[in-house]
Design a protein around this ligand. Structure first.
Ligand code: SF4
Length: 247
């Protein structure tokens, strides 16, 4: 059974602590607060994320790097929950790259229709499977340069697969949650995922890139939601001055 990798006792109900006015965390001065990327402020953010999501990992079900690659391609513009409903049957029918490489696009489209953008996704998945078979001996490549040659794979997907499946710190995953929260926390003011990633790679220590990506994604799902962030329950509310805060 999948167990969400977070511990948020204060999330179920508003606690007394969440209603109390919070001061700045120790080590964070008014001056360093204004410097949004000060080491003191970053340490506070990392500590809060570690406490909230100590075992954060990818929510996409998979048993090997190829399955994670396919699931990540399917997750574009789609929830991980929806993808996890589709992939068990998909991977039962097409367990390996050679199975998908020899599949007709119309056949795959039927299997993945409910994830949206199914024509493009089918084309990319079959193209990626073919390239893996022809250029990489049937294995998902393990370098950024090589994995980016697969159809449908940009840096976000590459970082998910290389980080989660191979444990390689190649960058920070910038999906819709990470992009939004990087802006709310003023860790980046850039307007493309690629540029936001570069900013985050500058300020997040490399040995945190993988865990930070997963933690921020869970933080975006559970607390710092797009439409109505749960600021009253947020442990870094005192160092956040996002314009769309709800308190
Ligand atoms: S205070 Fe609100 S907007 Fe700021 S990080 Fe927390 S949940 Fe997000």
């Amino acid at each position: 059974m999948y167990v969400p990798p977070f511990s948020t006792p204060h999330m179920a109900t508003k606690t007394k602590a969440s209603k109390k006015k919070k001061g700045l965390p120790s080590g964070v001065t008014k001056k360093s607060y204004i410097d949004y990327t000060s080491s003191a402020r970053l340490r506070s953010i990392f500590a809060a994320l570690d406490k909230l999501f100590p075992r954060a990992t990818c929510a996409l079900r998979h048993e090997n790097p190829f399955q994670l690659l396919v699931a990540t391609i399917l997750s574009a513009q789609c929830t991980d929950e929806r993808v996890n409903k589709v992939t068990p049957e998909l991977f039962r029918k097409f367990p390996a790259p050679q199975d998908l490489a020899s599949t007709r696009q119309e056949v795959l489209e039927v299997e993945i229709r409910s994830t949206g953008f199914f024509r493009n996704k089918s084309k990319n998945i079959i193209g990626a499977a073919k390239t893996i078979m022809s250029d990489f001996g049937g294995r998902v490549p393990q370098t950024m340069e090589e994995i980016l040659t697969l159809p449908g794979v940009a840096r976000k997907t590459a970082n998910v697969v290389l980080g989660t499946a191979y444990g390689l710190s190649t960058g920070v995953v910038v999906d819709t949650h990470v992009f939004r929260i990087a802006h709310r926390l003023k860790l980046s003011r850039q307007n493309t995922p690629e540029k936001v990633e570069q900013d985050l790679m500058e300020i997040v220590p490399r040995d945190r890139w993988i865990s930070f990506s997963h933690q921020i994604i869970w933080f975006g799902r559970k607390i710092c939601n797009a439409r109505k962030p749960l600021c009253a329950e947020c442990p870094i509310e005192s160092i956040c001055d996002a314009p769309d805060k709800t308190i």
